[in-house]
Design a protein around this ligand. Structure first.
Ligand code: CAA
Length: 379
């Protein structure tokens, strides 16, 4: 067992921390208020290699391990979870799936621009009636000669309008249930592909979340990833890794709120001394620090297992379940430590509290993580 980060890991963490402070922090409150996507910031993140951290360098990626990605996610999420979710989806849902299961032609065509952030990707599984119950896909793709005709609606798609490349899950043979689900690469601008309304959200308001409509969209057969019927396995395996990214995001949100609360508690005076000298606040800080450390160990372990080539499905579900709970608890407490100041935007913790909530919902709700974990426990 080795709890020490390598020089490379420390350098990645430092670079992400520096970027978050210098590039994400200015303007983060306005982007949240105006629900404005961090376009320029994401472009710079692409230039610095954050959008394709784990991708093979031969496709313009960073060739780094999952732990490096987690460290960067943690630091960026301390400041701007809207920017970090865009990065997470691009890295672990889109690029990982394409690189692992795409054909050589698909990889050469799509990965290099996605890995540098020149193009952004989106992962389209959820539907109006298929959120947690992901096998109930209503979107269909019907084979018609050398192409499929794609019809249906996808909901709550991260990077919905910003993306250019969409991995779309659809039924190709409804009689086979989840074994009749396939996955396709769809490009923005194809006829019949309409981007629906942008969601007005509680948190991660800078993130670009849309519904998508497909009406007889012609998708070439060569844009199917893997065989027909492989789509559900693709989605599940991709989400196993994606959940490590969201767990790291939750950890970062918690750690960001804690750091603000700690600093504030040393400055703010009440009853003649800094509030950090009152046991009521000290106990809150102790609980926050302990929960964050426990979450960190789970998240880093899930990343480590993935890097070792071990099974990480249950570890990633545990990490996401726990880190997202910690994110919620810690951000609520960070607002409490700030008192009235915590309830206004200027102090950042109210935004982090709103941002924390989504980590218990997307890439599988906490209840879904418990299904995944309990199945592993009972196996
Ligand atoms: N890893 C690998 N395979 C898995 C898996 C996992 N974690 N979970 C299920 N599977 C496989 C099963 O082994 C099974 O395969 P076989 O039939 O070959 O044995 C198949 O998938 C179907 O599984 P179940 O029979 O268990 O199906 P179910 O309907 O009972 O449960 C579920 C499936 C686990 C609940 C699944 O529907 C699920 O994970 N739901 C949540 C979906 C989700 O996470 N959505 C997030 C949307 S994406 C998003 O949020 C991105 C974003 O923008 C931020």
């Amino acid at each position: 067992m080795n709890f020490q980060l390598t020089e490379e890991h420390l350098a990645v963490r430092e670079a992400a921390r520096e970027f978050a402070q210098s590039e994400l922090l200015p303007g983060v409150i306005d982007r949240d208020t105006e629900a404005k996507f961090p376009t320029e910031q994401i472009r710079k993140m692409g230039e610095l290699g954050f959008m394709g951290m784990m991708t093979d360098p031969k496709y313009n990626g960073g060739g780094m391990d999952t732990l490096s990605y987690v460290l960067a996610m943690e630091e960026l999420s301390k400041v701007d979870a809207s920017a970090s979710v865009s990065m997470s989806v691009n890295n672990s849902l889109v690029l990982w799936g394409l690189e692992k299961y795409g054909s050589d032609a698909q990889k050469e065509k799509y990965i290099p621009k996605l890995a540098t952030g020149e193009l952004i990707g989106a992962f389209c599984l959820s539907e109006p009636e298929a959120g947690s119950d992901a096998t109930s896909q209503r979107t269909t793709a019907e084979l018609n000669g050398d192409h499929y005709l794609l019809n249906g609606t996808k909901n709550w798609i991260t990077n919905g309008n910003t993306a250019s490349i969409y991995l779309v899950i659809a039924q190709t043979d409804p009689s086979k249930g989840h074994k009749g689900i396939s996955v396709f690469i769809v490009e923005k601008g194809w006829e019949g592909f309409v981007i629906g309304k942008k969601e007005d959200k509680l948190g991660i308001r800078g993130s670009d979340t849309h519904s998508l409509m497909f009406t007889d969209v012609k998708v070439p057969v060569e844009n199917r990833i893997g065989a027909e019927g492989f789509g559900f396995t693709f989605a599940m395996e991709t989400l196993n890794g994606g959940r490590i990214g969201i767990a790291a995001q939750a950890l970062g949100i918690a750690a960001g709120a804690y750091e603000l609360a700690l600093a504030y508690s040393k400055e703010r005076k009440a009853f003649g001394k800094p509030i950090s000298q009152h046991q009521a606040i000290q106990f809150k800080l102790a609980d926050m620090a302990t929960q964050i450390e426990a979450a960190r160990l789970l998240v880093y372990k899930a990343a480590w297992l993935k890097d070792q080539g071990e099974d990480y499905a249950h570890a990633s579900a545990m990490a996401k379940l726990y880190a997202s709970e910690v994110a919620m608890n810690v951000t609520v407490e960070a607002v409490q430590v700030h008192g009235g100041y915590g309830y206004v935007k200027e102090y950042h913790v109210e935004r982090l509290m709103r941002d924390a909530k989504i980590t218990q919902i997307y890439e599988g709700t906490s209840e879904i993580q418990k299904i995944v974990i309990s199945r592993g426990v009972l196996k």
